[in-house]
Structure formats: structure tokens, C-alpha cells
Design a protein around this ligand. Structure first.
Ligand code: MG
Length: 160
């Protein structure tokens, strides 16, 4: 199969006293995301989309949250490991697109750095990495600032 599509979705709670790590960046805010790792919701959905494209399970299969080895781990390490799997399967990234859902703070100023960070990990041109952000108009858990969610799709192409 030459082309494979993958999708990822993830949610994390927000709480005071936690770092807000999104797309490999720590963003100054009074609340951060809660999780076993650094709780980087964007890198998690990209990991899940990559794994999904190759039907290799999900991030929890590869890095169980019951394993102390992954406590507080930088999700960039998880993405690097999963990308190695994708390369080993003989695929490269055509493009990825993603949306982060967060009521506050505004993510737009941070998106160029997130794109650069992810492009660097995957060793691809930044033009292949799409990141968008949306509030949910103060509706639901995102709008009430109880949590953060993200979606990602990837298209993988078999290497010639
Ligand atoms: Mg997660």
C-alpha cells in the first residue's frame, strides 16, 4: 500500500501547579495539563495518528501509563521513538494536520515554534506540519477551562 492515513484524538485535564506543554513547548499559563508523561496533548495525537496509519495500536500500547519509566517523560522522546517505527516500516510523512482545542491562552503566537519542533523531530520540511488552534466558545470542558483536547491526521507515503 502506497498511502496510509492515520487519526489521533486525546484529552488531558488542566490543573494549577502543572506545566502547560503543547507541541514540545512549555507555554506560560496559570494551569497546565495533567498526565503520566509531560501530558503534551498535541504530540500524543500525532503519535496516535502515526501509529494508527500503520495499524500499530496506540500510544498507550507502546508506552503504558502504568510503567514508571514513562513518569513525567518528555513526549518528544515518545514521538521520536514512534517515528523510528514508521521509518522502519518504510514510510515517510506526506503531511500532517492538527487542531488543538483550548479556551486560554491564545496559542497562535506559539504555533511557528511548535511546527518547527515537530518538523525537526520528524526530519521533514515545516511545510508538511499543520497546526491550528481553536477555542470552543466557552462551551464544554474545553470552554470551561477544565481540559485541553487535540485532533491530528497524518498521511504516510511508502518510500520508493
Ligand atoms: Mg495523552
Amino acid at each position: 500500500m502506497r498511502l496510509r492515513i492515520g487519526y489521533g484524538y486525546d484529552v488531558h485535564q488542566l490543573a494549577e501547579g502543572e506545566d502547560l506543554v503543547i507541541g514540545g513547548l512549555t507555554i506560560p499559563h496559570e494551569k497546565g495539563s495533567v498526565g503520566h508523561s509531560d501530558a503534551d496533548v498535541l504530540l500524543h495525537v500525532i503519535c496516535d495518528a502515526l501509529l494508527g496509519a500503520l495499524a500499530l495500536g496506540d500510544i498507550g500500547t507502546h508506552f503504558p501509563d502504568t510503567d514508571a519509566a514513562y513518569k513525567g517523560i518528555d513526549s518528544k522522546i515518545l514521538l521520536r521513538d514512534i517515528w523510528k517505527l514508521v521509518k522502519a516500516e518504510g514510510y515517510t510523512l506526506a503531511n500532517l494536520d492538527s487542531t488543538v482545542c483550548l479556551q486560554r491562552p491564545k496559542l497562535k503566537p506559539h504555533i511557528p515554534k511548535m511546527r518547527a519542533c515537530i518538523a525537526d523531530i520528524l526530519g521533514v520540511d515545516i511545510g508538511r506540519i499543520g497546526i491550528k488552534a481553536t477555542t470552543t466558545e466557552k462551551l464544554g470542558f474545553v470552554g470551561l477551562e477544565q481540559g485541553i483536547s487535540a485532533h491530528a491526521v497524518v498521511l504516510l507515503e511508502a518510500q520508493a
